[in-house]
Design a protein around this ligand. Structure first.
Ligand code: AP5
Ligand code: MG
Length: 268
């Protein structure tokens, strides 16, 4: 089995790919290999808000069920709010080694706040390898990307490129542990006990948007927004594309690229 790898410099990575391409799967594998990485999945965060029926969750629910994107301003607010909670962002520009931004109305507790874009005045970001992260599913539009560019300079954008016809069947076999976002597949990576999460033993469920028609709509949405997004990052010189028919083909390439760009040798 593979050992653990250390990061020599901060990785600020986003994953871009069609619905079901394996963004969540690759994120989990990278985190196993590089323990300094944290991750944030915009979809998981939205689903958590839907589960808790927060004002933002209530607004997002119908969009997600229809397979269309949640409005940019809401997404940015949600992600920044989470980044602040995790110490990646600071409302007061005090700590030199974290992303630091002065924002107004970051709270997601009132309807009014969520539709206005958040405003920023000052920020710094960390180059400490322990502040490394993967964003799975955010940014998804050029507008989201441009706004995050001003706060956190992303230093690698991974485009996971898998033929679409390989993907739909996976989605139909996907089961998730809703509270954690852990993902299973009845053939590819089944749970140890059928229907139960490996870590907690709790029940697995199906995602509301994993219906063939909704998946097609998510795919169309991806096809509309991904090209301009990838182009945006290509111009910045941070885009790297990985091709493969399955996650098992992609993972070794991805780990090698991480080692090359951010690694500093093996420990164990
Ligand atoms: P989100 O949750 O991000 O969904 P998505 O992009 O459609 O991607 P998925 O999570 O479905 O797939 P994945 O690539 O993570 O694949 P996975 O690893 O699970 O977003 C949901 C919704 O939220 C959006 O539609 C939108 O409404 C909203 N949203 C989110 N972010 C937004 C943003 N930034 N702006 C606006 N709106 C936003 O793998 C899939 C399955 O395949 C699993 O079962 C897995 O086990 C299996 N699998 C993986 N590899 C293999 C393999 N090699 N062989 C067989 N099965 C495999
Ligand atoms: Mg996912």
């Amino acid at each position: 089995m593979h050992g653990l790898s250390q990061l020599g410099r901060a990785a600020r990575v986003i994953l871009v790919g069609a619905p079901g391409v394996g963004k969540g799967t690759q994120t989990a594998r990278l985190m196993k290999r590089f323990p300094q990485l944290s991750s944030l999945s915009s979809g998981d965060l939205l689903r958590e808000n839907v589960r808790q029926q927060t004002p933002l969750g209530i607004l997002a629910e119908s969009k997600m069920k229809a397979g269309v994107l949640v409005p940019d301003a809401m997404m940015l607010r949600l992600i920044l709010n989470e980044a602040t909670k995790r110490g990646w962002a600071e409302r007061e520009p005090r700590m030199p080694y974290t992303l630091s931004c002065t924002t107004s109305n970051l709270s997601t507790s009132s309807m009014e706040d969520m539709t206005a874009p958040p405003t920023f005045s000052q920020y710094t970001y960390s180059d400490n390898p322990n502040s490394s992260f993967i964003l799975d599913g955010f940014p998804r539009t050029v507008s989201q990307a441009s706004q995050i560019d001003n706060l956190i300079p992303i230093n690698l954008v991974v485009y996971l490129n898998t033929p679409v016809n390989a993907i739909m069947e996976r989605i139909m076999n996907r089961w998730v542990h809703a509270p954690s976002g852990r993902v299973y597949n009845m053939t590819f990576n089944p749970p140890k006990v059928p229907g139960k999460d490996d870590a907690t033993g709790e029940a697995l469920t199906r995602r509301d948007d994993d219906d063939p028609e909704v998946w097609k709509s998510r795919l169309r949405q991806f096809e509309r927004t991904s090209l301009p997004l990838l182009d945006h990052y290509s111009k910045k010189g941070v885009l790297w594309t990985v091709n493969g028919n399955s996650s098992d083909e992609i993972s070794p390439q991805l780990i090698k690229e991480f080692e090359k760009r951010f690694g500093m040798g093996q420990s164990s």
